[in-house]
Design a protein around this ligand. Structure first.
Ligand code: SF4
Length: 324
C-alpha cells in the first residue's frame, strides 16, 4: 500500500542519486532473506549541503516516523541512523527521544566525506575498512551483512511520512550558500528553476556570478544564463563571484578531493593527486588536466572520483575559458 503511494507520488531519493523511492522499497521488500536492514543516511558530508541537519533538528519525529513506516513495511527488519559526527552531540538527545523503543540504532559516522557513500557506510557499520564496495551487487540485494538493505536519505524518510499522511506537497529543502545574502535552508517546490529559487529567497546576486548546483562541491557548474533548470541532486545552490583569480576555486576543489580520496582505486588516487599538483602552476597543461578529468570521470570506482570531475569540467569549459 505505502509502496504504491510512494510510486504514485514520484518521490525520488534526496541524497543526490535521485533513484525512485518506491522502486527501491519494492526491491528490498520482495528480496528473499531471513533478515533485512533499513539505514537512514544522515552523513551529509558535502561542503555546501546542510538540509539534513535542518530537517533532523526541526522535524526529528517525522523522520523517525518515516523510518517506522519502513520497519512496518519490510518484514524482519531493524534500522540504523548513520549520523554525521558533527551533528551527533547536537541531535543525540532529540533523536533518542523520538526513537523511544523502536529497533533503531543511532550510529556515529566517522569523519571523512567518503564515509557517507552508501557502500562505504555498510563496511563501517560492519566494522570493516572505510572503503567503497564494487557495485553490483547493490545494497537492495546484498547490503548490511549481505542482507537486503534499504538506504534512504533523511529528507526521503521525512517525505515518506508526508506521503503516508497525505500531506506531500512535492517540495524539497534547498541549501543556499556561497556569496548569497541569505544563507540557509529553504523549502520550495522540487522542480523550481534555480533562477526562481534565487529570486524567491531574495538571493539574486547583483554581481557577475556563476552557480554550483545539486551536490555541494561535486555539483554542476552553471553560468547565470543557464539557471532555467532545477537544482537536482541534494538540492544545494552555491553562488560564486567571478573572481579575478580564476585558479583559486580550482585549487580549492583539487585540494578537497585529493584529501578526501580513499586511495582504493588508481584513477581517483592518482588523478586527484596529479590534478592538485598540475593546478599549483599558473600556466597549467590544460590538455593533461582534461585527460586526467576524463579518466577520473569514466573509470573511478565510486561516486567520489566520478563526481570530482564534474565541477572542474564545467568550470574549465564555461568560466575559465571565458577569462583566459
Ligand atoms: S573513486 Fe576515490 S574515493 Fe572512490 S574508491 Fe576510488 S579512490 Fe576511493
Amino acid at each position: 500500500m505505502i509502496i504504491e503511494r510512494l510510486k504514485q507520488s514520484g518521490l525520488k531519493g534526496r541524497g543526490g542519486a535521485g533513484f525512485p523511492t518506491g522502486l527501491k522499497w519494492e526491491a528490498v521488500k520482495n528480496a528473499k532473506a531471513d533478515k533485512k536492514y533499513i539505514i537512514c543516511n544522515a552523513s551529509e558530508g558535502e561542503p555546501g549541503v546542510a538540509k539534513d541537519f535542518f530537517i533532523l533538528k526541526k522535524y526529528p519525529e517525522e523522520v523517525i516516523k518515516g523510518i517506522k513506516i519502513a520497519l512496518k513495511e519490510i518484514d524482519n527488519s531493524s534500522a540504523y541512523i548513520f549520523l554525521n559526527p558533527k551533528y551527533f552531540p547536537k541531535l543525540e538527545k532529540k533523536l533518542k527521544k523520538a526513537i523511544g523503543i523502536l529497533p533503531i540504532v543511532l550510529f556515529k559516522k566517522p569523519h571523512g566525506y567518503i564515509c557517507g557513500e552508501e557502500s562505504t557506510l555498510l563496511n563501517i557499520i560492519e566494522g570493516k575498512s572505510k572503503l567503497p564496495r564494487l557495485k553490483p551487487p547493490f545494497p537492495t540485494e546484498k547490503g548490511l551483512w549481505d542482507r537486503p538493505t534499504l538506504i534512504n536519505n533523511v529528507e526521503t524518510f521525512y517525505q515518506v511520512f508526508q506521503i503516508a499522511q497525505g500531506k506531500y506537497q512535492a517540495d524539497r529543502f534547498y541549501t543556499l550558500g556561497g556569496k548569497v545574502k541569505k544563507k540557509g535552508v529553504f523549502r520550495l517546490p522540487e522542480n523550481l528553476a534555480i533562477k526562481q529559487i534565487l529570486e524567491q529567497t531574495g538571493n539574486w546576486p547583483n554581481f557577475d556570478f556563476f552557480v554550483q548546483a545539486g551536490g555541494g562541491m561535486s555539483g554542476e557548474i552553471l553560468t547565470s544564463a543557464e539557471l532555467d533548470k532545477p537544482a537536482g541532486g541534494a538540492g544545494s545552490v552555491i553562488i560564486y563571484k567571478r573572481s579575478s583569480d580564476p585558479m583559486k576555486v580550482l585549487r580549492q576543489w583539487a585540494k578537497f578531493f585529493m584529501n578526501e580520496s580513499c586511495g582504493q582505486c588508481v584513477p581517483c588516487r592518482e588523478g586527484t593527486f596529479r590534478l592538485n599538483e598540475a593546478l599549483k602552476k599558473k600556466n597549467f597543461n590544460q590538455e593533461m588536466v582534461n585527460d586526467l578529468l576524463f579518466v577520473l570521470a569514466e573509470t573511478s570506482l565510486c561516486p567520489l572520483g566520478r563526481g570530482a570531475a564534474v565541477p572542474f569540467i564545467g568550470y574549465l569549459n564555461k568560466i575559465y575559458a571565458r577569462k583566459n
